[in-house]
Design a protein around this ligand. Structure first.
Ligand code: SF4
Ligand code: ZN
Length: 725
């Protein structure tokens, strides 16, 4: 490695050490050694330090002890004469820099100077889990940490748009000569936030640690690795987290030192200035430090160096397209034309046809096109997509239809909300100016259906009805189809099929985790039900969703079958011998990390509580969602705890081995409201129609003692059912 780089890294590390020591002294004086050091929303203490060394920094005094250790990792700059090109020293200093940056930001949190206004600062465990499936299924193929900014705002936008179109999540930190990406993007009117894949962390170089903290936590959350397994955590990042850095402008010592830390994690850096490159492969998968002075080539160079696999294909429409545009809103003042909502009716459906009945690629708008309506006009909207294919089945209609929302929403300047007959759709003036037409909605559906369901869909023909009478005529057909389907799905039980589906999509992050998806229990991420599994298998027979024949029944009560056990054993890399579908106590299903909610047994109540990942407060089990998630994740079986999809709460098979819904004693109010009707139905079937009033929520209490009082006052059935553990 170049001596210039090594020298810069080591003096950068020494500088941050001095900064930390100074600030630590001040804060320690002000707050005392027992003052707590916690980042918001994480169960992993100071995650980088915890992952790399196993040290749990919980109080200010812990930092003092740790500093001497970090100091030892920083090597002296290479001597003038006997200099050996030793990369290891620089990487150690880089990792030390990251840990010191983490401490510095912690101290700034205590001081009240972080996060800076308009920036996100430290990212919570929940923010990571929420993206779980996108990370593993390739929808979000990589992450870019942008350090600093190019001089020109237009160039900045171009780079960000290029990343967005490739669905790469972008973290922004640092500045270059006073320029920041955030200011550039604001000036150019680019919407930032999780929804648009642009996450501004902070203006300091040290803010980069927030992105790296996020990456290293995936090794703990999804990888099932323990704090202190430093080398393994670094390898996990290199092999599974497809991140890279883009550095703009001159690099100072601290930027070099931070970059060296990122490289040690396997993340290469692409810089736009004349830096000495580090090209031998090994620490990263390919090269480590690369220069690319042509801004137009920087993104593609980074993708190549990191080996990011991009699979997104763009439909032939005149606006940008990609998952990063999915969350973007179209405000009332920017609307060119609107469908549904308060004003008109809007619906969508997919219907299977014979191959001979439809013409592939035919897209018809029946009624007005975008250039025939006045500004901000309202139209009816009925999108009917006919699909045909040799392997098409009636059961796949809803699976394909469910994708319409996401696919249409991914067009820049198009806002799509809801599904079936509660669609609400807006097309922006900007999109219209770029030449976007109503018929382009059909083009999106045509291209993407064939792209995402290649072995099911051979032909797609789309009719879009924007004229009232015509639209209403097809709405009738839509309602018929919806009812028919609900009946079919509702009648389906675990007993009515002999085959379940597996999902091992999350193994790219949690190597031993397997979901078994049954008609009455969906995947724990909430994104895959039994029909989705079936369709996915049809699309990709060797993919992550495999049919699993139940086989001989071992225990009907807990839901244990010979065929399922054999499959789970094999596909969990022989880590799991027994599996039950309906019990939280006996051989419960494992959890990867992207569960929508967690069930936990509450000793003393005879019952269980449930908490979903949006609930931030304390729960009666004495842990927040984040802390609980740390206990449950990583592909392990944890009796007494279970990660599940939200819809499982209203399934007849909801922990039926233990008595089902009658065991539920506490849940967040928001979930209770959202599922009120279905919960009521289940409760009535179980003979306790007033069960919902007996289940506490955070408005009643978050405290286990008070909860028990409440339960006895209300005579909650769980109290009588006996302890679960
Ligand atoms: Fe991951 Fe299970 Fe969801 Fe599949 S169903 S994506 S394995 S959580
Ligand atoms: Zn998962």
């Amino acid at each position: 490695m170049s001596k210039i780089v090594a020298t810069a890294v080591m003096s950068g590390a020494a500088k941050i050490l001095a900064d930390v020591k100074e600030k630590y002294k001040v804060i320690l004086n002000a707050k005392g050694p027992e003052f707590e050091t916690v980042f918001p929303g994480t169960a992993y203490y100071l995650p980088m330090i915890f992952a790399l060394t196993g040290v749990k920094i919980q109080k200010l005094k812990d930092i003092g002890n740790f500093l001497s250790y970090a100091e030892k990792l920083i090597h002296n700059p290479p001597l003038e004469k006997n200099w050996l090109p030793y990369l290891g020293d620089a990487l150690d200093s880089g990792l030390s820099t990251l840990m010191l940056e983490e401490i510095l930001m912690m101290l700034k949190y205590i001081e009240g100077t972080e996060p800076k206004e308009g920036y996100l600062g430290f990212l919570s465990d929940t923010q990571m889990r929420t993206l779980g499936i996108q990370l593993v299924d390739g929808r979000m193929p990589g992450f870019a940490a942008i350090l600093g900014a190019p001089k020109d705002a237009k160039a900045a936008v171009k780079i960000v748009r290029e990343l967005q179109e490739k669905s790469i999540l972008i973290f922004l930190s640092g500045s270059s000569n006073g320029y920041t990406m955030k200011k550039h993007l604001e000036a150019e009117g680019v919407e930032m936030g999780w929804d648009t894949y642009i996450v501004p962390l902070g203006e300091d170089t040290e803010s980069t640690i927030y992105a790296l903290d996020w990456a290293i936590r995936s090794a703990l959350t999804f990888g099932g690795l323990h704090g202190g397994a430093g080398q393994k955590c670094l390898e996990y990042c290199r092999d599974r987290v497809f991140a890279f850095g883009l550095a703009f402008g001159e690099l100072d010592d601290l930027k070099y030192a931070t970059g060296a830390g990122a490289i040690a994690m396997g993340f290469p850096i692409i810089a736009d200035t004349d830096i000495p490159e580090i090209l031998p492969t090994g620490v990263c998968t390919y090269e480590e430090l690369v220069k690319e002075k042509d801004l137009n080539k920087m993104v593609s160079r980074a993708i190549e160096v990191r080996g990011v696999k991009i699979t997104v294909s763009k439909p032939p429409i005149p606006v940008l397209y990609g998952a990063a545009f999915e969350g973007e809103r179209v405000r009332a003042v920017d609307v060119a034309v609107e469908f549904g909502g308060k004003y008109t009716k809007a619906f969508e459906y997919v219907e299977g046809k014979e191959l001979s009945e439809i013409t592939d690629g035919k897209i018809e708008v029946i009624g007005k096109e975008i250039d025939e309506v006045e500004e901000g006009g309202k139209l009816y909207y009925g999108m009917v997509a006919y699909v045909a294919g040799r392997n098409m089945q009636k059961d796949f209609e809803p699976v394909i239809e469910r994708q319409m929302h996401r696919l249409i929403n991914q067009a820049a300047g198009v806002m799509h909300i809801g599904q079936r007959n509660i669609v609400w759709l807006r097309i922006s003036k900007e999109a219209r100016k770029n030449g976007f037409k109503i018929s382009d909605l059909g083009r999106i559906v045509h291209t993407k259906f064939k792209d995402e369901f290649p072995s099911i869909v051979d032909k797609v023909e789309v009719h879009i009805y924007t004229q009232k009478e015509e639209a209403e005529k097809y709405l009738g057909r839509a309602m018929e189809l919806y009812t028919e389907r609900d009946k079919r799905m509702g009648a389906m039980t675990d007993e009515s099929v002999d085959t379940f589906y597996s999902c091992t999509l999350c193994q790219s992050f949690a190597p031993n985790h397997v979901c078994i998806i049954t008609p009455e229990r969906l995947g724990l991420c909430g994104a895959y039900n039994w029909l989705d599994g079936k369709a996915a298998h049809q699309i990709k027979p060797t993919g992550p969703n495999q049919p699993v024949v139940k086989g001989h029944v071992i225990d009907a009560v807990i839901g244990e079958w010979k065929g399922i056990n054999d499959f789970v054993y094999k596909s969990s890399n022989k880590t799991l011998e027994r599996f039950s579908a309906y019990s939280i106590i006996k051989y419960p299903m494992t959890s990867c990390g992207c569960f929508e909610c967690i069930l936990a047994v509450l000793p003393g109540t005879g019952g269980v509580m449930v908490v979903d990942r949006t609930f931030m407060e304390m729960t009666p089990c004495g842990m927040t969602f984040s802390t609980l998630a740390g206990v449950v994740g990583g592909g392990q079986q944890t009796p007494g705890f279970l990660g599940v999809g939200l819809n499982y709460l209203v399934s007849k098979k909801f922990i039926s081995a233990e008595g089902g819904l009658k065991r539920l004693v506490w849940m967040p109010a928001q979930i209770k409201e959202r599922f009120r009707a279905e919960l009521l139905e289940r409760a009535t079937e179980l003979g306790v129609p007033d069960l919902l009033d007996k289940i506490a929520d955070e408005k009643v209490t978050n405290d286990i003692g008070k909860l028990i009082e409440f339960l006895s006052e209300k005579k909650h059935p769980a109290l009588e059912m006996g302890e679960l553990v």
